[in-house]
Structures are given as C-alpha cells and as structure tokens.
Ligand binder design. Structure first.
Ligand code: DGJ
Length: 387
C-alpha cells in the first residue's frame, strides 16, 4: 500500500481521492461479490425480514431489475383466497428482494366486483409491452363464492412495473373461435347432457373427456381458463397458456398486439392429459419447452414436459424432467415459472410452489437450475446452489 501511496502521491488525502472512485468502480463491477445462492424450500426473507409472499408467481426483468409477482396469501386456509391481492418484490441480483407492496389490490368495497375480496385469484404473471409501454398482468380468476366454476382470465394494466395495476376485466378466452387444430367432430352439435361442471378436475369426467367435446360445449361462451402462464416470443408476440376444457386440455392463445385480449388464434394440446401449472420457455436455438404438472389439487405430483419448434405446435411430450430423489413429486413443488437469467445465454431457473393449503402464507419456493440437454431439459434437487 505504501508503495502505491508513494507511486501515486505524496499526501494521503490525494491518494484517497484517487483510490476511492477506483474501489467503488471495482465493487460495482462485482469483484469480491459473493455469488448469489439459493436454498430451496427454506424461509426466504425480504428486505424487511418477512418471508416473501408471492405464491404462484412469475418473474419479469425490466431495466436492470427483476420483479417477482405472486399471490399474497394470509394465515390459515382462507389464505388460499384473494384477501389482499398480488404482491410485487424487486431485486437486482435475484437473491435480495425488496418489498414493493401490493401491485394489484382486490376490491374491498364492492362485493359484486370481479375481483371482490375473497375471490380466487391465482398465478398472476406480468409482461411488458414494448409498443404501448404498458405493463400487463394476467391471472386466473374465479368469482367470489363460485368455487372454481367461472374459469376466467383477468387482465390489469399499469404504467410502472410496481403498479398500481388497474383491473380491466375478466372473461373466458376465444368465444366464437375454433382453435387452429380443432377436429371436425368438435364442430358438430353438442349434446345437452354435457353440462358445465366442476367436481375437482380429474376424476369427475370419463377417461377421455375429449369425446364429450367440451371444446364445442364452450365455443359460444368462451373456453375455460384456469392455471395459466404468459410467454413473450422474440418477435414480441405474446401468448397465454392455460388449462382448459375442465383442466383436461392445454390451450395456447396468441394475444392481441396490446396484450390486453385474445386474438382468436389458438391451439389445443395434450387432450385428456389433465395438465396444470403450465410454463413455456425458449432456448437460443429456437426450441420451445413446456413444463406442467398433473392435476391433483394442492398435492404435488410428477411433472410433465414437452418440446416444440413452433409455439402453436405440434408439441411432443418428453416425460418427467425431474431426476433424483423426490422427482416424482417435483421435489414437493408445482411449477409456476421458468425464467432466463439476464446476460447469460441459455441459463434458466425453475420456480415451483411448495403449497401449504392449511396455512397458505407458509408456502415455500423451490428455485432450481434448469439443465438444457439439446431437445430436452432436466431439473435436479440441490440443498443449496449458486448462480
Ligand atoms: C392446483 C393449481 O395448480 C393451483 O393453482 C390451485 O388452483 C390448486 N390446484 C387448487 O386446488
């Protein structure tokens, strides 16, 4: 150090003046920084020392910051309902998250509102529209007091990633439109006996519900949409991916250019496979991957995966992408998001929810690295891992 002092200057003050910006610069370049690490399933505190409350969440990267949106749960089993709204956190490094408050509030005044306090509002996701400069949130919405009968999609908009988001409306997708891959049998008259029903998803319908033609049943009023996700492609087109037809079939719908509605162009996949918790991500090679779960309520199950060269298909199923102990329960979690790490080619992180339905607020987050293997991907458990 003395050598440096003598080399740069005769006085301590001027050396300090020279060195301090240099040290600051080195620090901001990340030199000597601890690598970011994750401990899946552990309590994860925000900047206020409170366990992060963003379940069924998704990540948006915007202007140097990541934003984590998710369902704000409260204590007890009532916490599975939307009593507060959608919580948002921000982070520059994916490890330290700052509480940014409630991005979308439920309506506490008006019990007739689509998003009245006590409704079911699940799996909120936010994307940014380059053309309009707006942040657009979509979520699975069930009207208050109607269980999982409504099967709607909700949309909200904001000028800022932190909100406040203004609720626009909720609706069923693609009323009056057939998917690009509808069969001729779908377009035939539907028997009156096929009633709209929700009895818990899988198990309440015959083994092959597609033969009932639930797609045709819901053609006029719009298709059912429950567990959902969003995906923005390299060309700026955005897609809504959701469990439809009583959860038996997955739909992928192109949104309008403003991302606020359905374009009417959509396709259906994995008929009769009862997939929930859908996720889509894309590699630098232009390969689209799908991950989802089986349909077993809050209980974890073995994940599913699929690959495609075109987002509107065809999709080829690949099986369970998880390997090792607890891979048959997706490491006791259910997928909610797979997002790219900024500035790193083909580096993706899986986020799953470890639900605790009896005390919803205690749900944990399972973040794990995604390993790309050509036209497949794999996920393995790590007690602790570094980015
Ligand atoms: C599984 C879904 O993935 C969750 O989002 C939630 O809807 C539960 N089912 C409710 O049982």
């Amino acid at each position: 150090m003395n050598i440096a002092f003598r080399f740069f200057s005769k006085t301590g003050e001027s050396v300090f003046a020279i060195l301090s910006p240099l040290l600051l610069m080195l620090a901001s370049c990340g030199i000597n920084k601890e690598p970011v690490s994750f401990t899946p399933g552990e309590i994860w505190n925000d900047n206020k020392g409170v366990h992060i409350n963003a379940h069924g969440g998704g990540i948006l990267y915007h202007n140097g910051n990541y934003f984590w949106y998710g369902q704000h749960m409260i204590e007890g089993d009532e916490g599975n309902k939307a009593m507060v709204g959608v919580h948002v956190y921000s982070s520059a490094n994916l490890s330290n998250w700052e509480d940014r408050g409630i991005a979308l509030k439920v309506d506490e005044e008006n019990d007739d509102s689509d998003i009245a306090k006590g409704c079911i509002l699940e799996r909120p996701k936010v994307i940014y529209n380059e053309k309009t400069g707006k942040f657009v949130m979509w979520f699975h919405l069930e009207l208050k007091g109607q269980g999982y009968y409504a099967a709607r999609s909700g949309v909200a908009i904001s000028d800022s990633p932190e909100g406040p988001f203004q609720f626009i409306r909720s609706f069923r997708p693609n009323a009056g439109f057939w998917p690009v891959n509808a069969g001729e049998y779908h377009k035939k008259q539907v028997a009156d006996s096929i009633k709209a029903s929700y009895c818990g998803g899988k198990g309440c319908l015959p083994a092959h519900p597609d033969t009932l033609n639930l797609l045709g049943r819901d053609f006029a009023k719009g298709q059912m949409a429950r567990d959902m996700n969003l995906f923005v492609d390299d060309d700026g087109k955005a897609y809504h991916i959701y469990s439809s037809e009583e959860n038996s079939t997955t739909h992928i719908s192109l949104l309008t250019d403003d991302y606020l509605s359905f374009s009417g162009t959509y396709a259906r996949f994995f008929a009769d496979r009862y997939m929930e918790a859908p996720v889509i991500f894309k590699t630098s090679q232009g390969v689209y991957f799908f991950m989802g779960s089986d349909c077993t309520g809050w209980n974890p199950n073995a994940a599913r995966s699929a690959v495609a060269k075109n987002i509107l298909g065809p999709w080829t199923e690949l099986g369970n992408p998880c390997f090792g102990a607890d891979s048959l329960t997706t490491f006791n979690s259910q997928s909610t998001c797979i997002f790219p790490v900024q500035g790193e080619k083909d580096r993706f992180i899986y986020i799953g929810d470890r639900w605790t339905p009896d005390n919803a607020i205690d749900g944990r987050y399972i973040w794990l690295p995604v390993e790309l293997k050509g036209e497949r991907f794999e996920i393995r458990w790590h007690d602790k891992w570094k980015l």
